[in-house]
Design a protein around this ligand. Structure first.
Ligand code: SF4
Length: 461
């Protein structure tokens, strides 16, 4: 019988283990090989970097091809629709690699771990490892146990774990890097799984965050993206998020700072003033609104009204006139009427977001909405409303790009485009720009003239 590993709460009075020594050189693969696939948000990407850092420090080697792996991990997301089915589907697809490697181990990490813990043995017996987002510090030992034949489940949520002292090994462009400053969430929006799958909000100490930014700068990164579920509610003793931004702006080598995602209620005047007065902080905010209807905002327990959200947009634009705004919009939440939907459309018209992530509500199983509210908007109605919001926003996204044509923009060059004939960079407003080869190198800030735009990119001469 496989053994179920019993996990005890960790002792945070102990000093953290030594910082991993990561071999970034070109030594041939050795040790057990791990293939990791990431689903979902930027937080999950950062967690994948952390997982790989921990595994490499214990002798594992990341491989890009599942056919070459001894261990296949899927870092899962529970936020979007049908996430669970997708995880089962993807691991079943990858199961064919066991034909060539009968010892191949499958593991699930991330937000789906909580959902899957009681179901995997029945639904997906080939999965022998389930690890939640607060257990990555010890992931190498857990993978070792699974490779030794144990059925391993560690979904302990840890109120104190912020992975202090650990650096990830990201798969990014080496120009824009991420630092997680906060984990978990205390907001408990009624539709959201995050407080259940990632636990309560806690911030990393400012010294640890600054250490992470210095590490990026020393590795040649020019931009840092601060991550948190409600990143601007960050506070550490008397250090506010705005004060943290000011300190990060002093780190030599870091030319640009972004953060995502802020929570509208916690957007202080101090933060707006620091953004307006600190050149390194990009004039760009992703500000999730979810709905334009006060009735829906209340049902979602978002903590603000339509008027308060629009007031915040006005205050941001008054102090940072060229600021780019994007958002998240959810249609078809429990009880949403046609009038509520029209309120959302009118809010989109009022704000004219530069871009938006738009999706329809789906029952996530463990939320307040799932247990107490009625998912009563028909699928066809959800689909029609979503399409209406997308069509409306697409026009504003195209217009936002077209409005930059003829202007000079400073672009941070990120990488060479897949086709190999252009460089890809971003403006401070986070718009993607295609730049001719030879106009700069990855990591350089170059001034270009915008000569054209496609729907979602700018073209520079
Ligand atoms: S603020 Fe709301 S939507 Fe965002 S992570 Fe927290 S509970 Fe989820």
């Amino acid at each position: 019988m496989p053994e179920l590993v019993q996990i005890r709460p960790r002792d945070h009075t102990r000093p953290p283990p030594p910082e991993p020594v990561v071999d970034l050189g070109e030594t041939p693969p050795q040790g057990p090989r791990v293939y990791l696939e990431t689903l979902g948000c930027q937080m999950n990407e950062a967690d994948s970097a952390l997982i790989i850092g921990q595994l490499q420090a214990s002798g594992y080697t990341r491989v890009p091809d599942p056919a070459a792996a001894d261990v296949i991990l899927i870092n899962t997301c529970a936020v979007r629709e049908k996430a669970e089915e997708r995880v089962y589907g993807r691991t079943s697809q990858l199961l064919r690699h066991r034909r060539d490697n009968p010892d191949l181990i499958f593991g699930i990490t991330g937000c789906m771990a909580e959902h899957l813990r009681d179901k995997v043995s029945e639904r997906a017996p080939h999965i022998s490892l389930v690890v939640g987002p607060d257990s990555y510090r010890g992931i190498a030992a857990l993978v070792d146990r699974a490779r030794a034949g144990d059925q391993v489940i560690d979904i302990t949520l840890d109120k104190a774990e912020v992975y202090e002292g650990l650096d990830g090994v990201p798969e990014d462009d080496g120009v824009s890097g991420q630092v997680v400053i906060q984990r978990g969430c205390d907001k408990f929006c009624t539709f959201c799984v995050v407080p259940f799958t990632r636990g309560r909000e806690r911030g990393a100490p400012p010294r640890e965050i600054l250490r992470g930014v210095h590490v990026l700068a020393e590795r040649g990164y020019r931009e840092v993206v601060l991550l948190g579920q409600t990143v601007n509610s960050y506070r550490w003793e008397d250090v506010t998020f705005a004060a943290l931004l000011r300190a990060i702006a002093e780190v030599p080598g870091i030319a640009r700072i972004r953060f995502t995602s802020p929570y509208p209620v916690d957007f202080t005047e101090e933060l707006i003033d620091v953004m307006a007065s600190t050149p390194a902080i990009c004039p760009q905010v992703h500000l999730p609104v979810q709905s334009g209807s006060d009735r829906m905002l209340e049902a979602m327990r978002r903590g603000y009204t339509r008027g308060e959200y629009l007031g915040l947009v006005d205050r941001l634009r008054a102090k940072i006139p060229d600021i780019a705004l994007s958002t998240d919009i959810m249609v078809g939440f429990c009880g949403e009427t046609e009038a509520d939907h029209q309120d959302t459309l009118s809010l989109v018209r009022a704000v004219r977001f530069d871009s938006a992530f738009m999706f329809r509500y789906s029952d996530r199983g463990i939320t307040f909405a799932s247990k107490r509210l009625n998912d009563d908007v028909e699928d066809a109605v959800k689909a029609r409303r979503l399409q209406e919001v997308i069509d409306l926003q697409e026009g504003f996204t195209r217009a936002s790009h077209a409005a930059r044509v003829g202007r000079r923009e400073q672009v941070l060059i990120g990488q060479i485009a897949k086709r190999g004939d252009r460089l890809v960079g971003r403006t401070a407003r986070f718009q993607s720009v295609l730049v001719p080869l030879g106009r700069g190198r990855p990591g350089e800030l170059v001034d270009v003239e915008i000569t054209g735009s496609t729907g979602h990119s700018l073209i520079a001469s």
